[in-house]
Design a protein around this ligand. Structure first.
Ligand code: PGA
Length: 258
């Protein structure tokens, strides 16, 4: 039984007052939706304010990145020690980090290990480029990214994976539900080979890439897809609420606690 999870990745959008307004616009309704884990990932500078707003609700908080060192002379970086009393989740290895900030598999691996060591739940992002997809290399690329990110990791009890084909992110060109289901099934198989069937069956694997209120059902109806990492559509309160609500209607019963 895997509780579905919807995470909103606000990326580099919203200042403090916009972030506050966005949370206030969706919070009462978001809090009431059962059977789905709901995670908001605002920019670093709004984490404290959002944490105050969601206190005592069923909504959780995530960061969009972190550095792999505990502390020290790393100007501009944010460490896991700064995050642990603020949030439970941290997005790691997002393709935008890999593309614009030269994050390699090795860097992502260091961050994953560090996050897990501090009890943060990484939302580990993997995904292939369009040319890899068209050349039929999706599985090879994804397997390589998963294995590299989890090198030296013994336990995946706190881990979420997000499969985000790069060509589907922010393009309005979402992947096809059936194909995503197959790729996520393949990721589960890769996890199973390393950690065993039980761990693989319990691991939540999300889809990300141009998810909207109009297409979320196509993904959530697939057996392997446990939720979504939502970018652009998470910045619109009514659209994000609709995505979470549909997920609850389709898969909310899978949650043990509710
Ligand atoms: P998008 O972003 O929903 O805007 O495509 C998804 C993501 O990058 O996590």
């Amino acid at each position: 039984m895997r509780k579905p999870l919807i995470a909103g990745n606000w990326k580099m959008n919203t200042n403090l007052s916009e972030a506050t307004s966005l949370v206030q616009a969706m919070l009462p309704e978001l809090d009431r939706i059962a059977g789905v884990e709901k995670v908001l990932c605002p920019p670093f500078i709004s984490l404290v304010a959002v944490r105050e707003l969601i206190k005592g609700t069923s909504v959780e908080l995530g960061a969009q990145n972190m550095f792999s060192e505990d502390k020290g002379a790393y100007t501009g970086e944010v460490s896991p020690l700064m995050l642990i009393d603020l949030c439970a989740f941290v997005i790691l290895g997002h393709s935008e980090r890999r593309q614009y900030f030269a994050e390699t598999d090795e860097i992502v691996n260091k961050k994953v290990k560090k996050a897990l060591g501090f009890g943060l739940t990484p939302i580990l992002c993997v995904g292939e480029r369009l040319e890899d997809n068209e050349a039929g290399r999706t599985e090879k690329i994804i397997k390589g990214q998963v294995q590299a990110a989890l090198a030296g990791v013994n336990s995946t009890s706190h881990l979420v994976i997000a499969y985000e084909p790069i060509w589907a992110i922010g393009t309005g060109r979402a992947a096809n539900g059936k194909q995503v289901n197959e790729t996520i099934g393949f990721i589960r198989q890769t996890i199973s080979q390393k950690y065993g069937k039980r761990v693989a069956q319990d691991l939540r694997i999300l889809y990300g890439g141009s998810v909207t209120a109009n297409n979320i059902a196509e993904f959530i109806n697939q057996p392997e897809i446990d939720g979504a990492l939502v970018g652009g559509a998470s910045l619109k309160a009514t659209e994000f609420l609709s995505i979470v609500k549909q997920t609850s209607e389709i898969k909310g019963h899978l949650s043990r606690e509710d």
